[in-house]
Design a protein around this ligand. Structure first.
Ligand code: DP6
Length: 392
């Protein structure tokens, strides 16, 4: 009997950004946040976990084929420990259960997109780890409860345990038991919500989110102003999603991205995640909206220069037209929907972009995706581990 489980988990991109911790050990945030889960058919982390009595002592884990050290007090170690403790409670309740909690683990994880490109790989990776272990240990699959554990691996990971539109409630308790993720609306509520990811650079980023946000908490006075406005934004964007009011959703998303990057600039020493290409994408989207007479696209940026542009499916051809016009890509774009870009409106003011546009490859490639579902369980045939419990 092989005790093993394989799960996949999605990437999520926040519209209201998490930036700042009030407790760095438990990973409790200074504000609530809200994200859209992206489709796992296009971007995902897959994780296989196996428990075996005969494995040499100690847990081992591989990320994209490379072995990582699992420190017991590190973030991965804490997630594994929490799930193991939960399993042992279940084993105590039911003595017929095999004692998986006492056996060493072998875990392999694989991302189908570049790690640390600012594409939230830690979120999908940690969520897939938690989902696969929860399955292996046959824990009750309550996503909000699991989110409490994923949160301790990486804050934004707690939101990847749900599909659709997801809020991470900051909570009030000092033990973190109410700092969890919950679904605002499922994927099926607004499936027309699509996203274009502009991969500006897939190099490893300069300042990690973890150290960057800590420096912001310690040095930025503007963060205090930001924290006053977020609760209202959470309410407004939740309503916009419920009402499927794209213009309102887009306005709040863009404002919150701008607010997050402002507090980064207000950090001392300052943090720059946006580069000139990122800023030029902002100008193009602003002008695209203006020349269309309404907001049809929303940009947002995480801790890196890549843009994520949210737009309804019907308007994606316009977004693709605008991006292709000024940012010729160097690698073939991924568009599973095969939509044909349309030309810019006649009144589009070309002066918003530097003359001649950007050189080829300033935006490397585009990934077209949409709102997606939460973690999925896969079968034995999808296992990432070989017989010996090493990556295939
Ligand atoms: C800008 O979740 O990566 O993407 O909790 O320290 O692991 P840690 O940080 P992380 O931060 C994500 C920050 C963000 C905004 C967001 O996803 O809400």
């Amino acid at each position: 009997m092989v005790y093993e489980a394989t799960a996949t988990a999605p990437v999520n991109i926040a519209c209201i950004k998490y930036w700042g911790k009030r407790d760095t050990k438990l990973i409790l945030p200074t504000n609530s946040s809200l994200s859209v889960t992206l489709d796992q058919d296009h971007l995902r982390s897959t994780t296989t976990s196996r428990a075996d009595e005969s494995f040499e002592k100690g847990d081992r884990l591989w990320l994209n084929g490379k072995e990582e050290v699992v420190k017991p007090d590190g973030r991965l170690g804490v997630c594994i420990k929490e799930l193991r403790n939960w399993r042992s409670v279940e084993e105590e309740k039911d003595s017929s259960l095999p004692k998986l909690s006492q056996w060493p683990l072998r875990i392999a994880s694989y991302n189908n997109f570049p790690t640390a490109a600012g594409l939230a790989s830690s979120a999908s990776g940690l969520a897939a780890l938690v989902a696969s272990l929860a399955r292996l240990y046959q824990l009750p699959q309550n996503a909000s409860q699991l989110s409490l554990i994923a949160r301790q691996g990486s804050g934004s990971a707690c939101r990847s345990l749900f599909g659709g539109f997801v809020a991470w409630r900051e909570g009030e308790k000092s033990d973190g038991s109410d700092s969890l993720a919950e679904e605002i609306e499922p994927q099926s509520h607004w499936p027309e919500m699509h996203a274009i990811i502009c991969v500006v650079s897939d190099a490893k980023k300069g300042t990690s989110s973890t150290s960057g946000m800590q420096r912001t908490v310690e040095t930025s006075t503007l963060l205090k102003e930001r924290l006053k406005i977020v609760p209202e934004r959470m309410k407004l964007i939740s309503k916009a999603i419920k009402d499927k009011n794209f213009e309102e959703f887009a306005k709040i998303t863009m404002k919150d991205s701008n607010s997050f990057h402002s507090v980064c600039l207000d950090t001392f020493p300052p943090i720059f995640y946006l580069n000139d290409v990122s800023k030029s994408i902002i100008s193009v989207i602003e002008e695209l909206n203006k020349s269309n007479g309404k907001i049809i696209a929303a940009y947002t940026f995480d801790a890196g220069p890549n843009a994520v542009i949210y737009s309804l499916k019907e308007n994606i051809p316009k977004v693709l037209g605008a991006i292709n016009k000024f940012f010729p890509t160097s690698e073939e774009s991924k568009d599973p929907f095969k939509l044909t870009p349309v030309d810019l409106p006649e009144n589009f003011d070309y002066k918003v972009v530097r003359e001649g546009g950007w050189e080829k490859g300033s935006v490397k490639t585009l990934i077209h995706t949409r709102v997606g579902d939460g973690p999925r369980t896969l079968g034995k045939e999808d296992s990432l581990l070989n017989e010996k419990g090493e990556p295939k």
